[in-house]
Design a protein around this ligand. Structure first.
Ligand code: NAD
Ligand code: AKB
Length: 312
């Protein structure tokens, strides 16, 4: 068996913290190097190697990949949808250049596998709203969505042209209790739990009936690892796979939270993020991921809410 040495870029973020910890359990603490622009997340401290690094600095990234004998790269650094709309040039530059830096170095250094997440944000107002399929009309209206869609095709290009084993998932909005979300439109579904516990009320930046595709973090981490561990011949999509967890609206998650905190109330004050949410599908058809590498979710809204309150 090849001894893997993994570099996680963006390890201090919402997904990075949990994915790094999960990878360290599988591959051993010393074999998973965490890196980020910002300081090491408290949950990572003392669990394995950490390198402070800007992924935009290609030379430094290249040096680290060689020096640490890296065989796999997980690129999680990005500017998410809501922050991206405030600074479109920065979002485009970071989201695209980070990926091109990683793909180029991976090709040159013959890296075994690369993981880079896409998002349901690739879909736009002209995509089907319900059970949005793997292949359909894709016309994103956010800079984040445009960068993810372009990124998917760069991944596919490096695979087709140079045989790079790069894999990707279109994550739905992710809900977690370990690390905070980083500027997305679906962040309300994490904030609502904290406000419910602290204030027993929450003012939501989306309208009551805004349905969006969502997933609990343990499902997302498991999906990522299952995709990366699947035999290469099973990975037929080299852009990015649709995966689905659950779909709910602010009104529905508020009702579920009320079962645990009866005094909880929600009010609505939609802002610019409403338009972003309106452009995305409400639910996702993930039958291709199910057929190709056996994906299935474990958490629905009820099970996730119970687990969130047990852990927060
Ligand atoms: P996040 O914002 O929580 O974390 C991103 C991390 O990248 C941060 O710790 C940040 O400091 C780091 N970073 C930013 N610029 C960097 C740079 N130049 N060099 C090094 N590090 C840098 O984001 P996340 O939610 O963990 O998302 C990770 C990936 O998953 C992103 O590609 C995102 O688009 C994708 N994704 C996330 C969600 C979600 O709901 N969280 C959904 C779909 C897709
Ligand atoms: C966001 O809201 O920007 C992310 C995503 C769905 O990509 N959570």
């Amino acid at each position: 068996m090849i001894k893997e040495k993994i570099l996680v870029i963006g390890a201090s973020g919402q997904i990075g913290v949990e994915l790094t910890l999960a990878l360290r359990k599988i591959y051993g603490n010393a074999n998973v190097v965490a890196s980020d622009l910002r300081e090491e997340n408290d949950l990572l401290k003392g669990t394995g190697p950490y390198v402070s690094m800007d992924v935009m600095n290609k030379e430094m990234l290249h040096v680290q990949v060689i020096r640490q004998n890296i065989t796999q790269i997980y690129l999680l650094a990005a500017i998410l949808s809501a922050t991206g709309e405030k600074n479109p040039n920065l979002a485009w530059s970071i989201n695209m250049q980070s990926l091109l830096n990683v793909l180029d170095i991976a090709k040159e250094e013959k890296i075994n596998k690369v993981y880079w997440p896409s998002s349901v944000a690739v879909f736009g107002p002209t995509s089907p709203k319900k059970d949005c399929p793997q292949q359909t009309v894709i016309e994103p209206i956010t800079v984040y969505g445009i960068s993810k869609y372009a990124g998917e095709f760069w991944c596919n290009y490096y695979h087709q042209r140079w045989g790079l084993d790069v894999r990707s998932i279109r994550y739905p909005g992710l809900i977690s209790y370990k690390s905070a979300p980083g500027g997305g439109t679906t962040d309300y579904a994490v904030e609502i739990f904290h406000e419910a516990l602290d204030e027993k009320k929450y003012e939501c930046f989306l309208e009551a009936d805004t349905y969006l595709p969502m997933m609990y973090m343990p499902d997302a981490i498991r999906a990522t690892i299952e995709l990366m561990e699947a035999p290469a011949e099973k990975i037929k999509i080299r852009t990015a796979y649709n995966i689905s967890g659950m779909s709910f609206s602010p009104k529905e998650i508020a009702a579920e939270i009320k079962k645990h905190i009866p005094a909880f109330t929600i009010s609505y004050k939609p802002d610019y993020r409403q338009q972003i949410a309106n452009s995305w599908p409400q639910s996702i058809d993930d039958s291709v991921a199910r057929n190709d590498w056996g994906w299935h979710e474990e958490y629905d809204l009820e099970k996730m809410t119970k687990d969130m309150f047990e852990n927060l």
